[in-house]
Design a protein around this ligand. Structure first.
Ligand SMILES: [Zn+2]
Length: 168
C-alpha cells in the first residue's frame, strides 16, 4: 500500500527562518504549520521534512544537533496534536564552504533530489499523489527533478496557504 505524502522544506516553511536554527530555544513554529500538519495527517498523508543543513559543513553545529532538534519537533507535535512527522531527511554538506568531510559535491543538497529519493526508497509513497512545499526555487527544482508537484510558499501562514492551493 502506498500513500500520498507531503514533503516540507523546514526553515521558512515549518519554522521561522532566523538563519541556521539548531536549538529548540531558537525554534519558532511558523503560523499555521502545526494546524497544517494535523490536517494533512487527518487526510492520510505521510509527512516528511527535507532540509539543507549546511550549518553542519560550515561548522556552526553538528549532525547530532540537527537530529536532536528534529526529535524535539516531533515531541512537540506529539504533545500538541498527537501526531508526528514520518521522517526527517537533511543534507549536512556544502559544495565548498567548511573544511571537513562535509565539504563535498554531494547528491543530497537541494536542488538535487537525493533527499526526496531517500524518502521514496521506503516504498510507502505514492509519488503521483504527493507534493512538496518549499520557500525557495531550489526546493521546487528538487521536486521537479523527480517529477513531483511543488508549491512555493513565501507567506506568513502555512495553513492559509494550503487552503489557497486547495490541499487542506
Ligand atoms: Zn548533501
Amino acid at each position: 500500500m502506498r500513500y500520498p505524502a507531503v514533503f516540507f522544506d523546514r526553515d521558512g516553511v515549518l519554522n521561522e527562518d532566523f538563519g541556521y536554527v539548531y536549538r529548540a530555544q531558537d525554534f519558532v513554529w511558523k503560523a499555521g504549520a502545526i494546524e497544517s500538519i494535523r490536517s494533512f495527517k487527518r487526510k492520510g498523508y505521510l509527512l516528511y521534512v527535507i532540509t539543507n543543513q549546511s550549518g553542519v559543513a560550515r561548522g556552526f553545529y553538528s549532525e547530532e544537533d540537527v537530529r536532536k532538534l528534529h526529535m524535539w519537533m516531533n515531541d512537540e507535535l506529539q504533545q500538541i496534536i498527537g501526531e508526528k512527522v514520518d521522517g526527517f531527511y537533511y543534507c549536512p554538506h556544502h559544495p565548498f564552504l567548511g573544511s571537513s568531510a562535509y565539504t563535498c559535491d554531494c547528491e543530497c543538497r537541494k536542488p538535487k533530489p537525493g533527499l526526496i529519493e531517500k524518502a521514496l526508497s521506503n516504498g510507502r509513497i505514492n509519488l503521483q499523489e504527493s507534493f512538496l512545499i518549499g520557500d525557495k526555487s531550489t526546493d521546487l527544482l528538487a521536486a521537479k527533478a523527480i517529477g513531483m508537484k511543488g508549491y512555493l510558499f513565501q507567506g506568513e501562514n502555512l495553513f492559509d496557504f494550503c487552503k489557497s492551493i486547495g490541499v487542506v
